[in-house]
Design a protein around this ligand. Structure first.
Ligand code: SF4
Ligand code: SF4
Length: 669
């Protein structure tokens, strides 16, 4: 976790909840690898893509990959969802990496010193193995990956098609890890090319991150016909550009998960023919992500729900799939336990069947002396310690956790890296699991200005079926910044000092969101669930008892000095993220969430720092701006600062208010 913000988000002074508990934005808590999304979103809002990418990299060794394929659990937790729609966090991560990539910045890894002298072998180069190798390198432990495929990446390479994850993007993320000193041997099939026990003898520890490399077969009549294929070899062949023997023009895909969707979309591109998915689940129960299902349907794929495969029809060649009605998929405890109506049969016509009902591991490389597997052939594993039954052998990723998103495999690999490092005697810092701040109270949510979520642009369905080119084309610079500026900066608003407070209650009076509180006995505070980080209390507090966590007074002052030093003409603009427009393009700029957080002190400080002219962007009076009363605060602070300049014998017109020409971030796309 990036330390920059920690400690600032503390709730104390008698309110319910643990004193000095570190409360983090819920997006960060929900992220399996706890990426500081708020921080990189803020940097994208300001236009600092390479710095944003650097923040992503603190926890995420595959930033470009995850920025494209993550199912973004952070967005489900996003508090902006309490107001209108969650921030498009995943798309913003892509904005950061695409922007940095275009600028040629952010792709040189740190120089690693392998000071521990320890060596770890990792079996498998999927997200779990790569994540573990990356983090071990950062801890000074040399990692060597053994990958049985000709190229690294595991299922990221063999299972995810170019239209979702271009290979050059995957290559770049892997190359970064390689440059950190991680060795990757390809065509290194453990058990064949190299024996497990030989690896054990050479390395200080072994991590099994072999993933689920084989498709589960479907034992029904007709499954041995030559036109019945399995998902994993099919995807491997398509990904490698090989011809798929036995593929016809009328494809039936059995399965309703994300892999089945990828199989169907690939088959549609390869054959140009009809593709029908058949799954047990009802439409709303399908395990595939809703947006994947939507994309598949947009590409003309038919989905037949609530049907179970009964038999594959045909003599010598596939003629269709006989299905039986699936009455329920889960039992009363939510466990997978499908029931069927055996008499309600029908046939889905087709000349090829591709089975995509799940994947399993291949642990045939393990020697007799272990690590041990259970009666179902699954590795025996301690979830907390990431250990197996054999000393020095650890495991991570889908091989032990079962199928899931790449980011979960990454998280598992990172956790295993810590376990391995501790086993090797490497000093590893303890990082507590973060806790999230609460929901946005309904009365506060009502007051937050609505702003439409920016939609990810995508190639037209007819166009994208012609090739395997990337479907989503990425938010452009303006949309990326506008989307980022929708962030509520949860938990990063006003910081309050009881010691400095003189109990004047100004903050209680001026806050438009009712966040500051006082109990009449000399205790007070600011409720982080309510605070919107507008800064009004900070500008008004006579005792300087309030500062802001993001864009503090000190930070704004430092940016002011730097901007004036950079400006050729001594002109400075204080602008607003939310408009993404400039009111004085010829001036150097300091961009703020809202100019309402400018205090008179900060405005005068600009002149003390050498500014000759200061422009302040402001919303028109008939528009309440991003924050309630924000523009009134801006106008009041500028009027007071002009008066102060006049009293000091300077020209009050040296500060000029200019109306934002356009509030780009409030327009729908
Ligand atoms: S405005 Fe400042 S001094 Fe007054 S009550 Fe609020 S924190 Fe305390
Ligand atoms: S005035 Fe603004 S910054 Fe201060 S507590 Fe209220 S919402 Fe937070």
């Amino acid at each position: 976790m990036e330390r920059e913000l920690t400690g600032a988000i503390t709730r104390s002074f008698g309110r319910p909840g643990p004193v000095d508990a570190m409360l983090r934005p819920p997006c960060e808590v929900a992220c399996p690898i706890h990426t500081n999304a708020q921080r990189y979103i803020q940097l994208v809002a300001e236009g600092h893509d390479a710095r944003a990418l650097a923040v992503v990299r603190v926890t995420n060794p595959l930033p470009q990959v995850i920025g494209r394929i993550c199912p973004h659990p952070c967005e489900e937790a996003c508090r902006r969802g309490d107001v209108d729609e969650p921030i498009a966090i995943c798309n913003i991560k892509r904005v950061a990496s695409d922007g940095a990539r275009a600028a040629g910045l952010g792709f040189e890894p740190p120089k690693i010193e392998f000071t521990t002298g320890k060596k770890v072998a990792i079996i498998g180069s999927g997200p779990s193995g790569l994540g573990a190798a990356h983090d071990l390198a950062l801890m000074g432990v040399r990692a060597t990956i053994f990958e049985k495929q000709p190229e690294p990446g595991g299922f990221l390479r063999t299972g995810i098609l170019n239209y979702r994850l271009p290979k050059d993007i995957l290559d770049e993320d892997i190359e970064y890890i390689r440059k950190m000193g991680v060795e990757i041997y390809t065509n290194a099939d453990v058990g064949r090319a190299v024996k497990f026990n030989d690896i054990m003898a050479e390395f200080d520890a072994v991590l099994i991150a072999a993933g689920l490399s084989e498709s589960r077969p479907l034992p029904i009549p007709g499954a041995d016909l030559p036109q019945v294929l399995l998902a994993v070899p099919f995807l491997e062949a398509v990904n490698a550009g090989r011809e798929v023997p036995g593929l016809g023009k009328e494809i039936i895909v059995i399965g309703g998960g994300n892999v089945a969707i990828d199989v169907a979309r690939s088959a549609r591109r390869v054959t140009g023919g009809k593709v029908t998915m058949v799954c047990l689940e009802a439409d709303h129960e399908m395990p595939a992500h809703a947006w994947e299902i939507e994309d598949a349907r947009a590409e003309g794929i038919e989905i037949v729900c609530s049907q179970g495969p009964n038999a594959i029809m045909g003599e010598g060649k596939v003629e269709g799939l006989q299905v039986k009605k699936c009455e329920s998929v889960f039992d009363e405890h939510g466990r997978f336990s499908p029931t069927f109506c055996e008499t309600e049969l029908s046939v889905v016509p087709g000349d090829t069947v591709i089975v995509s009902i799940g994947q399993m591991s291949n642990l045939s490389f393990l020697p007799e002396e272990g690590p041990a597997v259970n009666e179902r052939g699954i590795l025996i594993f301690d979830r907390e310690q990431c250990t197996t039954t054999r000393r020095g052998v650890f495991a991570s990723g889908e091989v032990v956790t079962g199928p899931g998103a790449a980011v979960n495999a990454l998280a598992s690999g990172k956790k295993a890296a810590i376990a391995v490092a501790r086993y090797l005697g490497v000093d590893v810092n303890f990082r507590p699991e973060p806790a999230a701040i609460g929901e946005v109270p309904a009365d506060v949510a009502d007051k937050v200005k609505k702003a439409p979520r920016r939609r990810m642009p995508a190639r037209d369905a007819g166009e994208r079926l012609k090739d395997f080119g990337e479907v989503e084309t990425g938010l452009d610079e303006v949309d990326g910044r506008c989307e980022a500026s929708r962030c509520l900066l949860c938990g990063s608003g006003a910081r309050y000092s009881q010691l400095k407070c003189i109990a004047c209650l100004t903050c209680v009076r001026v806050c438009p969101y009712g966040a500051p509180w006082a109990d009449g006995e000399g205790l007070g505070g600011i409720d982080p669930d309510k605070c919107q980080a507008c800064g009004i209390c900070f500008t008004q507090c006579p005792a300087k008892a309030i500062d802001l966590t993001v864009m503090s007074e000190e930070d704004i002052a430092a940016r002011t000095v730097a901007a004036i030093a950079d400006s050729g003409n001594g002109e400075l603009e204080f602008g607003c993220w939310y408009s993404q427009s400039r009111v004085a393009p010829e001036a150097a700029a300091v961009s703020l969430p809202c100019t309402g957080r400018l205090s008179v002190r900060l405005l005068l400080h600009a002149f003390e720092s050498g500014a000759k002219k200061v422009y302040v962007a402001v919303c028109s009076e008939d528009d309440d701006g991003h924050f309630v009363h924000g523009h009134r605060q801006t106008r009041a602070a500028v009027a007071d600062a002009q008066k102060a300049l006049g009293e000091a014998g300077l020209d009050p017109a040296s500060i000029e208010l200019r109306i934002e020409p356009e509030l780009k971030c409030r327009k729908a796309t």
